[in-house]
Design a protein around this ligand. Structure first.
Ligand code: PNS
Length: 162
């Protein structure tokens, strides 16, 4: 049976840290679905769903076994609907661990679906979409943190605000 896994997240926007995890996870599953959440609990997103999908599509075009889809509600319901048997998450630091473990255990209890953690490459362990946005908003250099297309889009977005 083909193995299908989900990599869920907000991807607002996709960073080189996300891409690293997705590239490495894609080697282990027949299909990897990048599942972009529609209704994040967090603050309003900077990029629309369609923009996030477009940026992910451009940055992951080199990977043949990737699909990008949206989901809302419980991740495990989306996983079941799409025949996914695994969730993949990146772990950056110990600070990620407690919450990620709790979510993994909850998702396991709800559905039997296992979560596989991939250790973030050290050069990306400090990286998050939120920090990238903050740095870019104030004109900092994010060229080593996001793909060029994302860097350009951030520049455009924040120049609209000034
Ligand atoms: O990129 P993010 O914002 O850290 O991603 C968080 C995400 C989307 C992976 C997480 O919030 C999630 O799985 N939300 C779906 C709702 C759900 O299933 N909640 C129960 C988790 S135990």
């Amino acid at each position: 049976m083909a193995s299908i896994a989900l990599v869920p997240g907000s991807f607002d926007p996709v960073t080189l840290g996300h891409i690293d995890i997705i590239e490495r996870a894609a080697r282990h599953f027949d299909t990897l679905i990048v599942a972009v959440i529609r209704n994040p609990q967090k603050t309003a997103s900077l990029f629309t769903l369609e923009e996030r999908q477009e940026l992910l599509g451009e940055c992951l075009a080199h990977l043949p076994n990737i699909r990008i889809e949206f989901f809302k509600g419980l991740l495990v319901e989306f996983a079941k609907d799409h025949g996914a048997s695994a969730i993949v998450k990146g772990l950056r630091a110990v600070s990620d661990f407690e919450y990620e473990l709790q979510m993994a255990q909850m998702n396991q209890r709800l559905s039997g679906i296992d979560t596989f953690f991939v250790s973030t490459s050290p050069q990306y362990s400090f990286l998050s979409s939120s920090l990238v946005k903050e740095v870019a908003r104030f004109g900092g250099d994010v060229s080593s943190m996001v793909p060029e297309v994302v860097q350009r889009r951030l520049g455009d977005r924040f120049s609209e605000d000034t």
